[in-house]
Design a protein around this ligand. Structure first.
Ligand code: NAD
Length: 547
């Protein structure tokens, strides 16, 4: 395996591909400016609840560095207006039968699949990711729309529960909408993390005030338009944008429940503000996820899986793998295959399929990625593939990078890079691998590769992460939308998907109706007799295995 660390230090000239670097993908598709004309920006921006100047803040297209859009910013007063409008619209929506609300999600599913090219262009223009990775968002949102469109009725219907006294107490658990959900989302998966997470909130009868990241607001605004076309009353989904530390707290301030996805640092702040108001919050936060390649893994499949695990969306994926733990007996063989596949990835930014990896989203992400790699190399790590920025392709491109020899004092070892960088570690025993995988305060996602599926599931059970994929990177768990997805430890609180993903947007209400006799001394029983009868009754209920 070649060590490319020397190349990493070579000066780059824009427009010049470095020797031995990743190949450029064939161009193709429309340009960003053709795909996102000012007329489209103006139409979408009209969906923002903001009263200020129409183009106060400028966003850039990461693929080229060109100006993408000028957008207004919402003030804290605008956030209050958004809540007023949402609160006014919510009761009529909540009064509809669940099946009527669910039908909107199912229509949205069909419209999204039909008009996916429009949003693939927008996602690529705003994030710089490859079209294949933008399509993963369409896939995830369609799956969530189908699941909650079909299953919401079952999750939300009244459920009979065992009453205090059999026959005499009739108890029902009902689900009521929280009201207006404050929903704060990041830039990395702008379609999935804006509308995907909002769908269960809507179908449960809520309104939503959403603050997407300004960089990716157009994608959220497009999704809002489409959901309105599918039948959602327009005022039910308010979108506000602006400076995170100003507009974010204002969104939390008025919410009946907060759904937050973003960094662990911001998540702590959001949690404290929500706690002070005694409103609940779900927090989907960062990770430092591990993939374990066991000694009996299919190495080709594992190498291909590692490429997906580490470099999808250029590693700007909360569940992507940044630590690769490989059994020593197969490490050389595996790394040769993985590095060869990584070096062959085609980088590019055409608004068309064909590139294997796109750009980072911003100079901030590029700086963190570059710093993590450069510091590690300076301190003795070896670059097995990639290792450098690619300004010849666009301002924020960075090659998919594999580091070996990473030690605990290097930032890349424990800090989330959120870029296309993975560090390799070798292990001798399964216990050692499990301990290493669990040696981080995070606990979001992990991946285990083995030909023995039973062994894979038993290792999975020992990993302290909210999702574990056996013989897949992340898509198996994320796509299993009937099962919960989220983080343990510093990776968050609460879950999206499955029952938890929708019930978090509801309040449980128990309605119990007492018949024939009260739960108190009656029919001439004095207190002592009543206590004796109840004591016998409790013994009988246990013997009869009443729950
Ligand atoms: P971030 O925390 O900086 O921002 C997330 C959102 O919060 C943005 O909309 C931002 O404007 C807003 N915000 C900023 N300060 C705020 C404040 N004080 N109060 C309320 N809102 C505020 O995160 P980011 O850098 O945009 O996103 C990347 C992070 O998100 C990574 O750590 C990644 O792992 C995590 N993430 C987690 C998941 C998951 O499901 N667990 C999914 C995607 C991303």
């Amino acid at each position: 395996m070649s060590d490319l660390s020397a190349d990493a230090a070579a000066p780059e000239q824009p427009g010049t591909a470095p020797a031995g670097g990743n190949p450029a993908a064939p161009g193709g598709g429309r340009t960003v400016t053709a795909a996102v004309p000012p007329s489209l920006v103006a139409r979408l921006a009209a969906g923002i609840t903001a009263t200020g100047e129409p183009d106060l803040v400028e966003t850039l297209a990461p693929l080229t560095g060109e100006r993408l859009a000028g957008l207004p910013q919402s003030s804290t007063a605008d956030v209050e207006v958004a809540y007023e409008l949402a609160r006014r619209a919510q009761p009529a929506w909540a009064a509809l039968p669940v099946r009527r609300r669910a039908a909107v999600l199912l229509r949205f599913h069909d419209l999204l699949l039909k008009r996916q090219d429009e949003v693939l262009d927008l996602v690529q223009a705003e994030t710089g990711k490859a079209r294949l990775h933008a399509f993963e968002e369409v896939l995830a949102v369609a799956m969530a729309a189908r699941h909650y469109g079909r299953a919401a009725h079952g999750y939300l219907r009244d459920k009979r529960r065992g009453g205090a006294l059999p026959v005499l107490t009739h108890a029902v658990e009902a689900r009521r909408p929280k009201g207006v959900i404050g929903h704060i989302s990041p830039w990395n998966y702008p379609l999935e993390l804006s509308v995907g997470d909002a769908l269960p909130a809507f179908v449960a009868g809520n309104a939503v005030v959403n603050k997407p990241d300004t960089q990716t607001a157009l994608t959220a605004l497009w999704a809002r338009e489409l959901l309105i076309e599918a039948g959602l009353p327009a005022d039910l989904w308010q979108i506000v944008i602006g400076d995170g530390p100003v507009v974010g707290p204002a969104v939390v301030e008025h919410a009946d429940y907060v759904s937050f996805t973003g960094s662990t640092r911001t998540g702590r702040d959001v949690a404290q503000r929500a706690a002070a108001r005694l409103v609940g919050a779900s927090l989907e936060l960062g990770g430092k996820n591990a993939m374990l390649v066991l000694s009996d893994a299919d190495l080709d499949a594992a190498a291909a899986g590692a490429v997906r695990a580490c470099f999808s969306s250029a590693g700007q994926l909360c569940i992507s793998i940044e630590r690769l733990l490989v059994h020593r007996s197969v490490a050389d063989d595996f790394l040769e295959r993985f590095a060869a596949r990584t070096r062959a990835l085609r980088l590019g930014g055409g608004l068309a399929y064909g590139a294997d990896m796109g750009s980072l989203v911003s100079v901030r992400q590029l700086d963190t990625t570059t710093r993590h790699v450069e510091e590690a190399v300076k301190a003795g790590a070896t670059v097995l593939a990639g290792g450098r920025a690619r300004p010849d392709l666009g301002p924020y491109f960075f090659e998919p990078t594999i580091l070996d020899g990473v030690t605990p004092e290097m930032a890349v070892c424990a800090e989330e890079t959120f870029g296309p960088v993975v560090s390799v570690y070798r292990f001798d025993t399964e216990d050692e691998a499990v301990a290493a995988a669990n040696s981080t305060p995070y606990g979001l996602n992990s991946s285990v590769w083995t030909r023995d599926l039973r062994r894979g599931r038993s290792v999975a059970a020992r990993l302290r992460t909210g999702t574990v994929n056996v013989n897949e990177a992340y898509a198996a768990t994320y796509g299993s939308v009937g099962a919960p997805m989220g983080g343990m430890g510093d990776s968050g609180l609460g879950r999206r998907h499955g029952a938890e993903g929708i019930l978090r947007f509801t309040e449980a209400q128990t309605i119990a109706t007492q018949r024939l006799m009260p739960i108190a001394p009656a029919f001439g029983l004095d207190d002592e007799k009543f206590a004796a009868v109840m004591t016998s009754g409790l013994r009988v209920l246990k013997a009869l295995r009443f729950t």
